[in-house]
Design a protein around this ligand. Structure first.
Ligand code: DC
Length: 208
């Protein structure tokens, strides 16, 4: 069974995808990490993430980069969002994601375009979202926990800018697939959101 989990930044889609993978015993791929690796590699190369050639060259990042904690930073997230606009970058990362989705036994993938582009045949598609202010609050709490003090308003601005770029790009924009179940976690705690996602998968799988 392929489970596609899409949604904007800080929506909780990663947490939900990981929990679904553990619950159903499936391998999980955080596809945002691939774009983050490209963004980071552009930075390491001293290139411009808005330049399609520099971004494409950075797709040849070494696999070891995927384990670097720096990929989780807000700065690299911004670079990832910028490189992800280029069709050549999306094309370069397509096969790797597609092969992961098609592996024997199924998989859980989370990202922006899993249900629309990478695995449109996935029987279960979730679109996880939450209000901008709630996502900013969660990101702020998470950063405080890591000892990083950034004003909430700055995080909210950054998230809104990232949403606009991810939803506004021409190639594979962030949007729910027509047959996706939209899960708005604005008023859900972590456990309630995971429970709702498991229920949604069971309901869909029962019908598949
Ligand atoms: O999910 P994330 O915040 O780690 O993703 C970082 C950026 O990568 C995001 O702003 C847009 C891009 N991305 C994408 O375009 N397609 C995906 N499937 C996953 C991420």
């Amino acid at each position: 069974m392929i489970i596609a989990v899409d949604g904007p930044t800080a929506s909780g889609k990663g947490t939900i995808a990981k929990a679904l993978a553990a619950h159903f015993g499936l391998p999980h791929l955080d596809t945002g990490l691939l774009y983050r690796a490209v963004g980071r590699q552009v930075q390491l190369n001293g290139g411009d993430p808005d330049d399609p050639d520099a971004a494409l060259a950075a797709c040849a990042f070494p696999d070891a980069l995927l384990d670097d904690d720096i990929l989780r930073s807000e700065e690299v997230g911004g670079f990832a969002s910028r490189v992800s606009v280029h069709p050549a970058v999306r094309h370069a990362l397509y096969e790797r994601q597609r092969a992961f989705a098609l592996q024997e036994g199924g998989a859980v993938l989370d990202g922006r375009d899993i249900g629309t582009v990478i695995a449109p045949e996935a029987p279960v598609k979730l679109f996880v979202t939450a209000s901008v202010s709630e996502r900013a609050r969660r990101r702020w709490l998470e950063m405080q926990g890591r000892g990083i003090d950034v004003p909430l308003a700055a995080i909210e601005r950054d998230i809104a800018a990232r949403d606009a770029r991810d939803m506004g790009r021409k190639d594979a924009p962030l949007k729910p697939a027509d047959d996706a179940l939209v899960l708005d976690t604005t008023h859900f705690g972590r456990e309630a959101a995971i429970e709702a996602a498991i229920e949604a998968v069971l309901a869909k799988a029962g019908r598949a």
